[in-house]
Ligand binder design. Structure first.
Ligand code: 5GP
Length: 192
């Protein structure tokens, strides 16, 4: 998505540890117009899929997910990172190791918001090693829902998450695909 790549080139900051900071428009301050275009793009990419619900994880997945939900006219559910006070059979949970924070969080979803006949589109802001997506897939498995695909705003294609998701036979659509941060510069897949 050219608009997104241009914005990453303009405002993205490469940090040590292969982390891209995009606080200007996605992870702290949010550009609603760009998020809306991102939502439209996800809706276009998954238009043949019978999606009934979008699943993301708090906090930074919510902005792109809600815009996709608006355009696709489906509810948006976000997994919470705070451990629920009571763990019972009404809560689906998964362990997720955070790439940026280096801690393991338990993510959870109230089972009343996922039913067996749901068709779920998973959306997140970044894809690195795939831990967040794996956690959401685990929740989908517990809920016995059909996963229609994974939509990612920024994929770091040189890390292992993208290959792993495709290897599972799951459709993956990423709006910006980064091939490297060589010389502290963002390089996209397919560019010279
Ligand atoms: P993964 O679980 O795929 O290893 O990492 C994805 C999660 O870690 C995303 O939900 C995102 O919050 C965070 N993350 C991973 N890499 C980056 C990055 O380069 N920049 C930012 N801002 N977040 C990242």
């Amino acid at each position: 998505m050219k608009l997104l790549e241009d914005r990453i080139r303009q405002d993205g900051v490469v940090l040590p540890g292969n982390v891209l900071k995009v606080n200007q428009f996605l992870n702290h301050q949010i550009d609603p117009q760009l998020m809306y275009e991102i939502g439209q793009e996800f809706a276009r990419l998954f238009k043949e899929r019978p999606v009934t619900k979008i699943l993301t994880v708090e906090a930074s997945g919510i902005a792109p997910a809600i815009m996709a939900g608006l355009v696709m006219n489906v509810p948006v559910l976000f997994a919470r990172k705070k451990k629920p006070s009571t763990l019972d059979d009404r809560t689906y949970t998964a362990e997720v190791y955070s790439y940026t924070k280096k801690v393991t969080n338990t993510i959870s979803v109230d089972s009343k918001f996922l039913s067996k006949n749901d068709h779920v589109l998973i959306i997140d802001d970044f894809l690195a090693n795939g831990q967040a997506v794996k956690g959401m897939l685990e929740i989908c498995k517990q809920a016995d829902v059909k996963v229609e695909g994974v939509g990612i705003v920024v994929e770091k294609s040189f890390q292992e998450g993208a290959g792993w998701i495709k290897g599972q036979g799951i459709r993956l659509e990423s709006l910006a695909r980064i091939s490297s941060f060589e010389n502290d510069t963002v390089h996209f897949v397919g560019e010279e």
